[in-house]
Structure formats: structure tokens, C-alpha cells
Design a protein. Structure first.
Length: 65
């Protein structure tokens, strides 16, 4: 059976945690930051977990995660 290819765009966006969950970065932190409050920017800078409903799709994109 041939090797499965990893979607490189997904590999750059998701990482696995030690317990096997999938980490992601929050949106809206790349530009237009001047009018966003400091507390909002701090909240956006923390990483989040991929929801259980979306984990299956991420595993399809990254079969060796």
C-alpha cells in the first residue's frame, strides 16, 4: 500500500499535544490590531484546541499526526 500524503498547509497550522489533542492558532491576530484592545489581543495570542467535530477532518489531512 502506498504512503499517504500529508496536506502541507494543514501541517503548518496544526500540532499535536501530549495527550493527543490537536492545537490550532486563533484567527484575527494578523493585522488591523491597532483598534483591538490589549486584552482582546492577549486572548487571541493563546492557542486553542480543535473541536471534536473537526478532529476527523484534520486527521484526514494529516494521517500521521
Amino acid at each position: 500500500m502506498p504512503k499517504l500524503k500529508t496536506r502541507k498547509a494543514a501541517a503548518k497550522r496544526f500540532k499535536a499535544t501530549g495527550s493527543g489533542k490537536i492545537k490550532r492558532r486563533k484567527a484575527y491576530k494578523s493585522h488591523l490590531l491597532e483598534h483591538k484592545s490589549a486584552t482582546r489581543r492577549n486572548r487571541l495570542s493563546k492557542s486553542a484546541l480543535v473541536s471534536e467535530q473537526d478532529e476527523k477532518n484534520v486527521h484526514l489531512m494529516m494521517p500521521y499526526l
